[in-house]
Design a protein around this ligand. Structure first.
Ligand SMILES: NC(=O)c1ccc[n+]([C@@H]2O[C@H](COP(=O)([O-])OP(=O)(O)OC[C@H]3O[C@@H](n4cnc5c(N)ncnc54)[C@H](O)[C@@H]3O)[C@@H](O)[C@H]2O)c1
Ligand SMILES: *[C@@H]1O[C@H](CO)[C@@H](O)[C@H](O)[C@H]1NC(C)=O
Ligand SMILES: *[C@@H]1O[C@H](CO)[C@@H](O)[C@H](O)[C@H]1NC(C)=O
Length: 436
């Protein structure tokens, strides 16, 4: 019964009380009645602590600590909860893996979780269901995964007690870390949410992973935004990544450095994936292709950015199924971590890959494709690209991922958007979902 570990701080041997060493206490101590009373008290105290901690509450201990301020009071723990956790993470195929997927109610997390489950791997999700965008979309994704047999634990990656508990219940072989505060522009509005999830949260997760026995191999989402103000295209993994254009990019870059540290000190196997503008069904409402679709259908004017001198703003849009294949390939080729008992035993794998599509499309072309698919003319308002984090151009060199992961994107923007639009129209058709 692992819950006993909660009691580790409590002296369990009477010797530590040093009571019988004291001449003042000796007399009383030697009375067996006193002894009986004492041990009954200890026993009752233990029972009390056990029940108090057992359906564990992740109550923030220090609400004044800014990194903990986002922690809500999720309830987790208890026998029924553990049973669901175990069942969701159970491997159902030969040589399968058991994967903890953070950010599982998110766009990429939902697709990756479903794909892993389909091929027989054990999957457990973790997500805090924050309201950065409409949480009802996250709930709908959760329902989808629920039907596929994937349980999403509600909690924050900063909650180390929860993470430890999960590793006590399941010996995860892999962690697919996708939980993050995404979005480039929102970083000016709410910078601390980026520090909370992308830096503090990453460290909290790696702390628990490095102490786990066995240590899992970790694959996590970095971002193409680490290339920042680079103008040399296509972006290759060896290019400089020290001039981020947004706080979001800076936290992803920090993540890559933090990954290096945990690999170096603790022997954690770590693979960072630099995603390039991922889109598709169940996508993120804060991304242009999504809100353009919504606004074109509503007859609302959409703002399209252009760079100085009518320079084209373009993105290397990558379809979700291609990204999922890249994620699974990264998990499949991840070597084991080498540490144990929190100590490094030998060198471990440390990798970074671009996962893009290698064909940048101007945002104005994206709008034209949407117009054709939606059969509605967009009201376009051309604006200068503000200096608030967005870069002008992204283009991935994927030859490294191609060589080492067998990664090969197969969906062009036209076909991918067709699938997105079909999903969008069906999902928001009943009018009950606002499409916010
Ligand atoms: N979609 C893209 O185009 C893109 C591009 C580059 C990188 N990425 C990265 O890929 C990952 C997945 O992105 P996505 O598009 O699915 O985003 P998403 O916002 O849909 O998914 C992230 C999920 O993580 C959860 N989450 C956030 N902070 C958390 C915390 N502290 N504890 C627990 N859960 C938390 C959110 O509730 C959300 O469901 C992110 O790391 C993102 O930065 C995405
Ligand atoms: C969490 O619990 C604490 C103390 O029990 C309480 O003060 C706080 O308001 C709760 N927060 C939420 C978000 O429910
Ligand atoms: C792409 O990256 C590879 C290294 O993975 C490099 O050898 C090659 O020159 C790059 N191609 C371009 C066009 O930059």
């Amino acid at each position: 019964m692992k819950q006993i570990s909660h009691l580790d701080d409590i002296p369990s041997t009477p010797g530590k009380f040093k009571m019988d060493k004291s001449p003042y206490n000796r007399l009383r101590w030697h009375s067996s009645l006193a002894k009986l009373t004492f041990w009954s008290f200890v026993f009752l105290a233990l029972i009390f602590i056990f029940f108090f901690r057992s359906p564990s509450s992740s109550t923030p201990q220090a609400l004044s600590d800014p990194s903990r301020r986002y922690l809500q009071n999720y309830s987790w723990g208890g026998a029924a909860w553990e049973k669901r956790v175990r069942s969701s993470a159970r491997i159902r195929s030969r040589n399968g893996m058991s994967v903890l997927v953070t950010g599982a109610a998110g766009f990429v997390g939902t697709h990756v979780s479903a794909a892993l489950k389909r091929r027989g791997d054990g999957v457990l999700g973790l997500d805090n269901f924050n309201d950065y965008y409409d949480p009802s979309l996250k709930r709908a994704r959760q329902a989808l995964l629920e039907r596929a047999g994937v349980f999403i634990v509600e909690g924050d990656i900063n909650d180390e007690a929860l993470l430890k508990k999960l590793f006590e219940v399941v010996a995860f072989t892999h962690v697919m870390h996708l939980a993050a505060q995404a979005g480039v522009r929102y970083a000016m509005e709410n910078p601390s949410s980026y520090v909370h999830s992308n830096i503090a949260g990453l460290v909290s997760l790696l702390e628990v992973c490095k102490s786990a026995n066995p240590q899992p191999a970790i694959v996590w989402a970095s971002s193409s935004s680490v290339y920042g103000l680079n103008t040399k295209v296509p972006f290759s993994e060896k290019d400089r990544t020290d001039q981020p254009a947004s706080l979001y990019a800076a936290t992803k870059k920090a993540g890559e450095e933090i990954a290096h540290t945990y690999n170096h000190i603790y022997g954690l196997s770590l693979t960072g994936l630099r995603f390039f503008t991922v889109y598709g069904p169940w996508g993120r409402p804060d991304m242009a292709y999504f809100f353009f679709t919504r606004d074109i259908l509503k007859g609302k004017t959409i703002s399209i950015f252009e760079a100085a001198n009518h320079g084209t703003v373009a993105r290397d849009f990558t379809y979700i199924d291609d990204i999922v294949r890249g994620c699974l390939a990264a998990l499949d080729t991840a070597e084991k971590s080498t540490g144990s008992g929190g100590k490094k035993k030998g060198p471990a794998q440390l990798r970074v890959y671009n996962l893009g599509n290698t064909s940048p499309v101007p945002v104005s072309d994206l709008v034209s494709i949407l117009e054709r698919l939606l059969k509605v003319k967009a009201k376009r308002n051309i604006l200068r690209l503000p200096r608030n984090g967005d870069v002008q151009y992204t283009h991935a060199n994927i030859s490294l991922a191609q060589r080492e992961l067998g990664y090969k994107p197969t969906t062009d923007l036209q076909s991918g958007l067709k699938k997105f639009v079909r999903w969008y129209l069906r999902f928001y058709a009943d009018g009950k979902k606002s499409g916010v």
